[in-house]
Design a protein around this ligand. Sequence first.
Ligand SMILES: Cc1ncc(C[n+]2csc(CCOP(=O)(O)OP(=O)(O)O)c2C)c(N)n1
Ligand SMILES: [Mg+2]
Length: 569
Amino acid sequence: MKMTGAQIILDGFVKEGVEVIFGILGGAILPLYDTLPQYPQLRHILVRHEQAAAHAADAYARVTGKVGVCMATSGPGATNLVTGIANAHLDSSPMVAITGQVPRALIGTDGFQEADITGITLPITKNNYLVRDTASLARTLKEAFHLARTGRPGPVLIDVPRDVFTDQVEYHYPSKLDLPSYKPILQGHPAQIKKAARLISESQQPVIIAGHGVIISQAYDQLRQLAETAQIPVVTTLLGVSCFPESHVLSYGMLGMHGMVCANMAVSTSDLIIAVGMRFDDRATGTVSTFAPHARIIHIDIDPAEIGKNVPVDVPIVGDVKTVLGALNKQITSTAHIDWVTQIDEWRRQHPSTDIRDSESVLPQYVVRQIYEVTKGDATIITGVGQNQMWAAQHFWYDKPNTLISSGGLGTMGFGLPAAVGVKVGRPDSTVWLIDGDGSFQMTIQELATIAQERLAIKIAIMDNGYLGMVRQWQELFFGRRYVATPLSGPDFVKVGEAYGIPGLKVTRKIDVIPAVEQAMKEQGPFLIDFKIEPEENVYPMVPSGASLAEMLEEPRKEEAVWPQRSTP
Ligand SMILES: Cc1ncc(C[n+]2csc(CCOP(=O)(O)OP(=O)(O)O)c2C)c(N)n1
Ligand SMILES: [Mg+2]
């Protein structure tokens, strides 16, 4: 059967299970959009900036486990996707991006709206393609979806010249692929798994560090079984938050730069780290040379390139987290580490990192906690980047799997609002709260229009401190309080919301926090709350950059606050 390039792409989408596409059109991709009505099963969401299309597709993928799809036209449309693609790349999110390109005859001539997007995105995609031969389109599409969703997931870009969309060729969608050089290893090596089991049985002070890989491979039950059988305390990375119920007795919260004191002390004291689907990012490890100085390390990860990249490991196990943990659990015998767990509980008691002090003003930690209380924890939280992100990670308790969606590796301000769009589209029945910063929010504020047009019931809490707060915190602590370029003005966010048809409230007093959150929950549609928070509130605990995890800066108002504090318990 003959089909146009545009039909081949859209038919391929349907065959790959795509239901939603985020994008904006333009001249080069117009023939593809013109063909969209022939495929009514594909829902297109028109965003207001291509960066938002990529973030929405990324977040949609994170909550659905499906491949997120975004589309943009050539030149500026394609380059606007770049930040979103890099974000998906660093956070291992499965995505396929389709970009229009100038017609084949114009490639390399600096034609109108020509940008070498495959060149530009080469280092931030798992793979990318410029389709020169329409006959290869179907196979390329099949390959792109396969690469995006298998192994360590990631973004794949397909750049399609305008005349390829309209070209007609014989079409059949390939049923299988032959990629001899791409064979992700799923089963862990049995000898390594055995070694790991032995180390676990010998350890007196084991700690599991669980990362995003647990969520990606949906290994929640396997992780829990390992922790419970061998009584191993669990800490998580930022992107690992919500891979293990935070109310569980063995949960000690997030580790790292803004992690819990007890979590960082546990890692710094441990004799065995079991790192599961995490990649030893510097925000999680602190200075690597002093990371977990007494511990042997077992590292389970699907990507062999991560093994030994940042931290030398004793037992590497390459494989899918769920599969490897499943095999490992068969060799784990029931153990208890009563002294060890008691010790970490004691650290937690001495350093209650999530206590919120009494204050008359609107404290951001209090706001996050009230969102937790009012929703009873039954919500998906999306964050901006900065202090708001850390407060959201610290002060909401994530008991349900995969309920914190945040930009980890790239730390992309502006991720929040478009990511909330992707989450709400992917989880229409879930309560969706965006906890954002006033700076981050202003980076993609235009997506309020997308929310309004699509009638997405997203609840927005802006932690409005009038600062690029996280940077101001660094200036306060490490740059002699010189607040260069961090004071930030903004519009009246409630009025902006109203201009888009989104109701909202401004909250300046503590007593108005709960009623505002309750009203947001009562509203059928989207709702925006501008929380005027304590402007110079800091995020604690904090491991200053360049310090080890054992050197935590705690909230100065607390008696035991000392820094630098070398804890060698
Ligand atoms: C796109 C981008 N530009 C700059 C930064 C550097 N940066 C990190 S946090 C931050 C401040 C964020 O301000 P805001 O969104 O108001 O959050 P707050 O820390 O005040 O909660 C900045 C500028 C970044 N992460 N991303
Ligand atoms: Mg701010």
